[in-house]
Design a protein around this ligand. Structure first.
Ligand SMILES: [Zn+2]
Length: 518
């Protein structure tokens, strides 16, 4: 069913007169009616971890507005549509999502969509790198099922992470589609806002669906740690996106790096351009795809990489503090289990850190509910012994029995729930009840730790998020083992398309001509 009349502002007075304007939301017939839906996670299938429904912290109904600063009560965008937020969930990166969790989240979404339709538009907000047990291309599956409910005429605007994957099915069922243009993702809010603004403009102007949608799969698969947009060639490549979108016949353009730690035919880079001018849409998409292919050999890790032993040697002799070491292979923000103990075990065995007066090292972090419970019982200042780590991923090292002095206990974090700091020799180990990434200075200072004055800070992360990057004295990315091993050539791919750069180094130049999606 197609809704009408929202563009005709002249109807407003009549509608208010008839309806009596009983609702605080905009009068429905004056504005486009837009649903919000989507679940997001980046999940590694090369990790033994699994992700359950609770990890998505799903919001429903008006709580969903809290996720978007640009849709707060008095914002201009909020007042341009009648919004129907359904279910939005977003999980920390992790292991593959259980089928039960996925089906539960999707069926709740579809039920809410059914109850509140019909719609003019739908804002589909996803990450794009979700893996689900026994299901290929989950985001493609989800949008197909959403389409069945909302119908073919509803304008769907999809917003994604540039590390997501765009299957042909996702490209087909999305009318407008975009992704971040920055890694680290400093433009996440801006990207969502762009997806919503483009959707509103197409509905308000009556132009509706774009006449053309170009999709180009680019046979490149690279880790995020090589494709930061802070340095070349990522920087220059992504700088070409915005000028493309400023052409008259183009609505939006996007480049996806894709996600390297799952093994499906859709795992590769993609370029898409949407617009009304066929020639501009096609030539712009082909230009971006060719530019990407041209610089493929120039992608390098964004910081020096080394073994852990080499990294520690560099850190111990460095005059620049804090020296940050990325414990990269188990980076939970890329999909690692986050509880691999291999690195912490190596550090604790080193003689340099055995005494309290040794080099001050902060280790962030390791999940250890056993030790956390004991620390909470004992209290700050007390000595505790408890087990940490390797409950999910014990492939490289087993759980560690940690004995040390509790220097901080903090409760209430949405991810960690409870965090404690245990001092072992000169190492401050942050132990959490549940896993949590440490990205902000306040994550440390809230625990009485000063990362700036530490000699060494070890974080389970790949490239540094801006706050850590700006704080670093020195930085090296340690090639440690885990579910997001950065050496892609070691991963046992079976289902990705071949040939694929850089796995098939001598491959011929691919066909990068645009495919127009119906
Ligand atoms: Zn990302």
């Amino acid at each position: 069913m197609k809704r009408m009349n929202y563009i005709k502002v002249s109807c407003l007075l009549a509608i208010i007169f008839i309806t009596g304007c009983q609702t605080s939301e905009p009068v429905s017939s004056q504005f486009p009616k837009i649903a919000i839906a989507g679940i997001g996670i980046e999940s590694s299938t090369f990790s033994p971890a699994q992700t359950e429904e609770e990890a998505f912290h799903a919001s429903t109904g008006s709580d969903v507005f809290q996720m978007y600063s640009f849709l707060h009560q008095d914002s201009s965008l909020r007042n341009r549509a009648e919004w129907i937020p359904t279910l939005r969930g977003h999980a920390l990166p992790g292991g593959i999502v259980t089928r039960e969790a996925y089906e539960s989240l999707v069926s709740k979404t579809l039920k809410m969509l059914r109850e509140n339709g019909p719609y003019d538009g739908l804002f589909f907000d996803i990450h794009g790198a979700m893996s689900v047990v026994g299901l290929e291309d989950p985001e493609g599956d989800m949008i197909e099922r959403i389409r069945e409910v909302v119908g073919p005429d509803v304008l769907i605007s999809t917003s994604m992470d540039l590390h997501g994957n765009v299957s042909q099915r996702l490209a087909t069922y999305s009318d407008l589609i975009t992704c971040y243009r920055m890694a680290p993702h400093e433009d996440a809010v801006e990207s969502d806002r762009r997806a919503v603004t483009n959707l509103l403009e197409r509905l308000e102007s009556g132009k509706g669906k774009p006449a053309f949608k170009a999709w180009i799969p680019v046979p490149i698969l690279l880790p995020g740690e090589k494709t930061s947009t802070r340095i070349e060639p990522g920087k220059g490549l992504y700088a070409k996106v915005d000028p493309v979108t400023r052409q008259d016949g183009v609505i939006d353009a996007a480049i996806w790096i894709g996600y390297a730690w799952a093994d499906e035919p859709r795992n590769h880079a993609v370029v898409m351009v949407t617009g009304d001018d066929r020639e501009q849409v096609v030539s712009s998409a082909e230009m971006l795809a060719n530019e990407f292919w041209k610089v493929r050999n120039e992608f390098e890790f964004v910081a020096p990489t080394a073994t852990l032993e080499e990294s520690l040697a560099m850190a111990l002799t460095s005059d620049s503090k804090p020296f940050i070491i990325s414990d990269m292979g188990d980076n939970p923000t890329a999909g690692g289990a986050g509880d691999v103990t291999w690195t912490l075990q190596q550090i604790l065995e080193r003689p340099e850190f055995k005494d309290e007066s040794g080099p001050q090292l902060i280790y962030a972090s390791i999940p250890g509910p056993d030790l956390v419970a004991k620390a909470v019982d004992a209290g700050e200042g007390q000595t505790v012994t408890g087990m940490v780590g390797a409950m999910v991923d014990d492939r490289y090292a087993g759980p560690i029995s940690l004995t040390g002095t509790v220097t901080a206990i903090r409760t209430g974090d949405i991810h960690a729930e409870t965090e404690v700091v245990v001092r072992v020799g000169s190492v401050h180990v942050i132990v959490t009840k549940k896993r949590k990434p440490y990205h902000h200075e306040s994550d440390f200072t809230n625990l009485g730790l000063d990362p700036r004055s530490a000699d060494i800070v070890v974080v389970k992360i790949g490239y540094l998020v801006p706050e850590l990057y700006d704080m670093r004295g020195g930085w090296v990315m340690a090639l440690t083992p885990g579910g997001v091993d950065q050496d892609l050539e070691r991963l046992p791919y079976k289902h990705i398309k071949r040939p694929m750069f850089p796995l098939d180094k001598d491959m011929e130049d691919p066909d990068l001509s645009a495919q127009l999606m119906e």
